[in-house]
Design a protein around this ligand. Structure first.
Ligand code: NAD
Ligand code: 6OD
Length: 485
């Protein structure tokens, strides 16, 4: 029975007269009916968030906010299986991934940033003045105010809590808008917030679409102080325009067209395993996925053949099956985009080493959003399929001859989010990593996360950094007080 997926405003769950269907991409079935928050609901959510800043939350200590975040994390743990089920119903991702990455990382995000919740910590400077009397400067950290959190569909709860955790730890209040494709886990989170006794207005949730809808209403709202956004680069530009009127603080984690580089001295098996993960994890729908794989010419044929075997051996199937390694894409709409790139690759002259189409199951999954894992070769670096983010289980593999050449190829991109380098020569690893234009470079690993490290991208891949103290700096504002003695 499809259920109502409701908004959460000022501590109350609200329906609206306007709904759309939340569809399961495994088989096209109906998960629930999502109640769209229109301009009036967004206004009320922002007003509730503003009012909560003057209530107990606004006066809370860091320790009290940390306790709240831990309570919410406890609440997710207590309903772990429901969160996993909601994430799977909305995305079709394998149970094994939701169980080990999405939901555990959401819990870690909240607990980690609880550990960084601070009071109004101050820095003190004793200052010499010309008259010799001196002055004392001290700096207090204040929350930004009302923060809009706009999140995407690929890692729904993980990416929502990645921003919500530090925003609340720093004392802000939040209006969150999850992706229209994946409203389920965020709505469960609102229930957990409610059960945990987080004061009304501190966390508000509004559902709906982006342009001309809930997302735009929220980003353009003059009483929102900051926007933290994860999603496509083009959406980032639109949000920047909407935010310009009252110069909101912005933090953007955007798209990528990430290179993986396999040198001739790489540990072949390790590089292959890592590349399979970095290309096909989450059906290729991770902003950090490698869509451009550069392999030294001496290994090229062997590597492509091995990658092909591994892609063809991936277990594509029902998400709930513990053996499943790859599920569907998030939606039929996104599948159209990915299949469009498969067709474009052919038109651009690619060799399709494997995949390039749609798997057939002969059951209700044929109504879903499935695609085959796909490997392309033979395209020039100028081809659109090598330059544009596809966001599916697909990579283009190209040979290179020298270190300088591959660094130039890797950097020849409008994006600069992440890179993976596979080599056993640590001098080379450092030399190459330092020349790659990306916010994150992994050596002999991929998506290995330490939440204290800076996370973000250069060029079209983002604005600013989050993670550890970088997040706390973004979500707080220093105010300096100078006292003449
Ligand atoms: P998207 O940009 O289409 O949507 C993201 C969110 O923005 C959704 O909630 C959507 O409703 C909202 N939105 C869309 N238009 C809006 C507008 N005009 N105003 C306000 N809100 C608007 O992204 P997506 O398709 O959900 O996610 C996939 C994209 O996200 C890929 O490009 C991927 O690389 C990127 N991504 C980046 C990171 C990162 O950390 N850099 C992480 C995950 C995903
Ligand atoms: O792991 C994270 O903290 C993070 N922000 C991951 C982003 C993944 C993009 O799809």
């Amino acid at each position: 029975m499809p259920h109502d997926i409701r908004n959460y405003i000022d501590g109350r769950f609200e329906t609206s007269g306007n709904t759309f269907d939340d569809i399961n991409p495994v088989d096209g079935s109906l998960v629930g009916r999502v109640h769209v928050a229109g301009q009036d609901m967004v206004n009320r959510a922002v007003a509730a968030a503003r009012a909560a800043l003057s209530g107990p939350w606004g006066r809370s200590s860091g320790a009290e906010r940390a306790a709240s975040l831990h309570k919410v994390a406890d609440g997710i743990e207590a309903r772990f299986d429901e969160f996993v089920a909601a994430e799977i119903a909305d995305t079709g991702k394998p149970l094994a991934q939701a169980n080990t990455l999405d939901i555990p990382r959401a819990i870690s995000n909240l607990r980690f940033f609880a550990g960084l919740a601070h009071g109004r910590s101050s820095e003190l400077f004793a200052t010499d003045t010309a008259d010799g009397a001196g002055a004392i400067n001290y700096t207090v950290q204040k929350p930004l105010g009302v923060v809009a959190v706009i999140s995407p569909w690929n890692l729904p709860l993980l990416l929502l809590t990645w921003k919500l955790g530090p925003a609340l730890a720093a004392g802000n209040t939040v209006v969150a808008k999850p992706s229209e494709e994946t409203p389920g886990s965020a709505t469960l989170l609102a229930e957990v917030m409610h059960e945990a006794g987080v004061p009304p207005g501190v966390f508000n949730l509004v559902h709906g679409f982006g342009a001309g809808s809930t997302g735009e209403f929220l980003c353009a709202h003059e009483d929102v102080d900051a926007i933290t956004f994860t999603g496509e680069s083009a959406t980032g530009s639109a949000i920047m325009r909407a935010a310009a009127a009252n110069v909101k603080a912005l933090s953007f984690e955007l798209g990528g067209k990430n290179p993986a580089i396999v040198f001739d001295d790489a540990d072949f098996a390790r590089a292959l395993d890592g590349t399979v993960r970095s290309v096909f994890s989450n059906c290729g729908q991770v902003c950090l996925c490698s869509e451009r794989v550069y392999v030294h010419e001496s290994l090229f044929d062997q590597f492509v053949a091995a990658l092909k075997s591994r892609a063809e051996a991936l277990r594509i199937g029902w998400p709930a099956d513990a053996q499943t390694e790859m599920g569907p894409l998030v939606s039929r709409g996104h599948r159209d985009k990915v299949l469009g790139y498969y067709a474009l690759a052919r038109a651009e002259g690619a060799t399709v080493v494997t995949g390039g189409g749609v798997p057939e199951f002969g059951d209700r999954r044929d109504n879903g959003a499935w695609v085959q894992p796909t490997i392309l070769t033979g395209l020039p670096e100028s081809a659109r399929c090598v330059r544009e983010e596809i966001f599916g289980p697909v990579c283009h593999v190209a040979p290179f001859a020298t270190e300088d050449q591959v660094i130039a190829m890797a950097n020849d991109s409008a994006y600069g989010l992440a890179a993976a380098i596979w080599t056993e020569d640590m001098a080379r690893a450092h030399r190459v990593a330092q020349q790659i234009e990306a916010g994150i470079v992994w050596v002999n690993c991929w998506y290995l996360r330490d939440l204290r490290t800076p996370f973000g991208g250069v060029k079209l891949s983002g604005v600013g950094r989050e993670g550890g103290q970088y997040s706390m700096n973004f979500y707080s504002e220093p105010s300096n007080i100078c006292i003449k003695l």
